[in-house]
Design a protein around this ligand. Sequence first.
Ligand SMILES: [Cu+2]
Length: 672
Amino acid sequence: MDRRSIGHLSRGVWLLLPLASLAAFAVVLQAPLYEPLPRLPLPKPAASARAVTINTNRTPSGVQRDRVLTLAMDVISARWKPEGDNDPEVPILAFAESGKAPSNPGPLIRVRVGTALAITITNRSDSVLVMHGVRAGSDAPRDTMEIAVGATRTVRYTLNKTGTYAYWAGFKGLSQGDRSWLDSQLNGVIVVDEPNARTDDHIFLISEWFLGYDDRRQVFEDVLVMNGKAFPHTQRLTLQQNDSVRFRVVNVTSIPHPMHLHGFYYRIEEVDGVRVPPSKQLLSNTDLLLEGSSEVLSFVPTTPGNWLFHCHFAFHVNEETSLTGSPRDSAEMNAQIAAQRAARSMPAGMAHAAGDAMSTHTMRGLVVLLQVTPAAGYAAPSMANARTIHLNVQRDPHSLPGGRDAFGFIEQKGDSAVKPNAISLPGPVLELVRGKPVRIVVSNHLEQPTSVHWHGLEIESFPDGVPNWSGMGSKVYTQIAPRDSFVAEFVPPRAGTFPYHSHFNDREQMISGMYGAIIVTDHPRDTTHDHVVVVGGGGPPVEHKSASLYALVNGSQSPKALHMFVGETHRLRIVSIHPDWPLRFTLRNDSTVAHWRAVAKDGADLPRTLATMRLARVVMGPGETSDFEFTPPAAGRWQLHVSNSESSGWQIVLPIKVEARPKAKAAVSRPR
Ligand SMILES: [Cu+2]
């Protein structure tokens, strides 16, 4: 679980307001939705710009003869529709294989190891460009190549190192993540395969088109895409149950993305072109794919139905990450804003997954749909004798820091009715027994639809909680309407620590309290030695398109202390579910960082080779869980420091009081 460091998170959701302005906003903003900022007019493509085709990275480009791949590419001005046919079209520079249309991503370079590459690039743009990733896929150091306006340059080298790599180009002087819009889609993938490797894997390149305007007001337009398209216009994969799958995911944006797979665990087989030895491959269902990084993930879709692979930053799958509604001119802007407002006031019919013109909330951005076809003879597990849990979703007005409304869960026990507005922050720990069916009746007492996702549990698709998508065939789950309820029935197959959270309008509901922990065990937990730490949102951001500054640790900004005993082993189950931030955890006392043993990640036990003692520090993206064992070496005040991964951000301290256990009184014989 060693993390490479999270780099600077420079823009977009990461831009923060000065702290001094917060107090003023906190008083004013009580409405559930902040007023959208004006949208930025988008640049227009030149009349001569050619239309971009979408490259799904399934077909290698170039001409291969006698173990030499020859690829000639031009950089040209192009017009690109990152979303639907009726959505905005924007100008970009794009790679075009000579004689073909420009594509996004650029041409796929894919060869057997040992193939020579002759790549020729002609710069037909009117700016000097620098090509990066030159010699990626070889033992030679990475290089760059400057290409003057109108110039043609050729590079030849042998692709002698297996792995997944990116090539990219940008204006002179810019890093990969500094590129903003015109040069942001000059990206392509290089795959160097083992001699007999399967090549039917799925390659996804994540890029961002970003148009900034005014740092102070954080006005910007952006769209995040996978292989040149944003959801719901991304690819839809059809997979066969029990047929192994491999994803190659390349992130050329300026920020990490916590990529979450519903329903299944994946193994990370390769990072940045370097194989991870099988003994070091752990099971994950959510992992931070760092900026500028590539990963190869493999999994077996063992359960049929409809699933997702998506980024777990709520902002990156939210309507705000969309050019839809961005104006070309003021008349169009005004009409679109009016239409959006009209749509927002509609009470029902919200389409979360598949998208619907009249919906008030849809997923956008970094989402891919997966459909797993059942194998012959598939039968869902029996739900006979399921135990029932009643979970109510309610709103507690003005109860969050800053006076915002909390949305949250409360368990209804026995026959007594739950008090209106009462919620538990975080949601109640759902204690489930491995292999035993459970029926969770979720009743929605909000004025808006909701949905609940049991994150990371290897269950059937139907109860998985993705509106208008979870399920199979004609049996598809929709949502939980106001005053309606939904029965999620499943059998948790694995003991471990998992989050549960809203999967509808996450950017408002999850960040406002709709999250909690699920703990699956074989035996009841000894809660004096088994502690749950849930870190999630404490309210939505105070301004459009900014990150929320509010976080809660076990429901509070000054959480209650945990109690531990010297020399005894305690388990810490940490759930990271703040939808805006990767979180940094450090367990320490005044003088020193502690050591702990990592024992599980995302609910799956670590293999013995990875369950090691290490310095007690970890960075976790939203949706990740980690379990650690800590044996306090000394009495006193220990602390779990929780902060966002930016050094400039907030920090919350969870106190841990460590005491020596009072010795049992020795039997002393007394005179009578
Ligand atoms: Cu993301």
